[in-house]
Design a binder for this molecule. Structure first.
Ligand SMILES: C[S@@+](CC[C@H](N)C(=O)[O-])C[C@H]1O[C@@H](n2cnc3c(N)ncnc32)[C@H](O)[C@@H]1O
Length: 199
């Protein structure tokens, strides 16, 4: 089935943002565990990390707990979800190591070559122009910096989920990556997930 972009790419109101924050807090361990093992295999354990589409900060918080020598900036386009992200970081005593910033992944408010690692979970399918996002990742990464982006993969569950219908197949995402300035990527394809990462 053909890809169909979602009408709402972010939260409609505060109540929806609160419910999302509550739900993802419970998934914290599962989401961050899968990222932790990949990041360890990349040899990264310190430095500046950017989490794109940070939402309620689940991944940013999970990574800070696992890697005591990293600092994370979480960026999100929604000013409705960021207060919950800040609250969650506060509950975990991590406010000194995590900063949440409102902004668009397609045009990020960061200097060139700022980050050692860029991560993103469940957000790629919501980005209007993913080529721009990958160009931005290329711009803000330090030389030799790494990235790990994970999102849904479109499959027959797109019949029941608009999020899955808005997500990409590996063939489509490889074309997007080829059109971008980001180099040296690998795409890993699973039934439910796609991962885009540095070798
Ligand atoms: C499904 S949530 C995922 C949140 C979190 N990464 C997680 O895994 O729980 C997607 C997030 O991406 C944000 N988002 C959507 N479009 C964006 C954009 N262009 N730039 C930055 N964030 C965006 C939404 O506001 C939302 O918080």
């Amino acid at each position: 089935m053909k890809r169909k972009a979602l009408k709402f790419t972010s939260f409609k109101n505060e109540d929806q943002a609160r419910k999302y924050s509550y739900k993802t807090a419970k998934q914290l361990e599962r989401i961050s565990k899968s990222f932790v093992s990949v990041i360890k295999s990349m040899g990264i354990s310190s430095g500046r990390v950017l989490d794109i589409g940070t939402g309620s900060g689940t991944l940013a918080i999970g990574l800070c707990k696992e890697f005591p020598d990293i600092n994370v900036i979480g960026i999100d386009i929604s000013d409705l979800i960021l207060p919950f992200a800040r609250e969650n970081a506060e509950k975990s005593n991590l406010t000194s190591r995590i900063t949440f910033v409102e902004g668009n992944a397609e045009n990020m408010p960061f200097e060139d070559k700022t980050f050692d690692l860029v991560v993103s979970s469940n957000t790629l399918h919501l980005i209007d122009n993913p080529v721009k996002m990958f160009n931005e990742i290329n711009r803000v990464l330090k030389n030799g910096g790494k990235f790990f982006i994970s999102d849904f993969r479109r499959n027959f569950f797109c019949l029941i989920s608009g999020h899955i219908r808005a997500s990409y197949t590996s063939k489509e995402i490889k074309k997007v990556l080829e059109d971008s300035k980001l180099g040296n990527w690998m795409v890993k394809d699973y039934f439910f997930w796609i991962s885009i990462l540095s070798p």
